[in-house]
Design a protein around this ligand. Structure first.
Ligand SMILES: [Zn+2]
Ligand SMILES: [Zn+2]
Length: 140
């Protein structure tokens, strides 16, 4: 089982199972939402993730017209989970909030077209300009 928490500890989560993909995302929403050059997240089946604490929610449309809902600690603001109606049944957990996150390896870079010149990635990873046409279960 994996677990994690926000910066202040008011929000915690537990996860069963393995991620379907671990990705770096450079989209502008992730840049603003993380305050950094990209977000790094691991996607899990929603049913495998239990989040507790005083969680705030912010929903907005994605460029592709889906609704993206971000869940974050209402006290310290740490981004915890994001879900996308285009990928129903799955949630992406911010890797930096996870206990022992180095047991997971990022596998792919998405929205590389929005990458900042100062935010260099491992160039051995496959990189996509935007979100590839990919569904959980396709493999990486
Ligand atoms: Zn917090
Ligand atoms: Zn993104």
């Amino acid at each position: 089982m994996r677990s994690g928490q926000c910066l202040c500890g008011a929000c915690t989560y537990e996860i069963d199972g393995e991620p379907v993909v671990v990705a770096h995302c450079h989209c502008l929403d992730c840049q603003r939402g993380s305050g950094a050059g990209h977000s790094t997240g691991a996607m899990f089946a929603e049913a495998d993730v239990r989040l507790s604490g005083v969680v705030s929610t912010y929903a907005m449309p994605s460029a592709a017209g889906n609704t993206v809902t971000r869940r974050f600690c209402g006290t310290c603001g740490s981004p915890l989970l994001a879900s996308n109606t285009g990928m129903a049944g799955f949630v992406t957990v911010s890797l930096g909030t996870m206990q022992a996150p180095d047991r997971l390896e990022p596998q792919v870079v998405v929205f590389a077209r929005s990458r900042r010149s100062w935010d260099r990635m491992d160039d051995r990873l496959p990189a996509y300009d935007a979100q590839p046409d990919w569904k959980p279960g396709d493999g990486v």
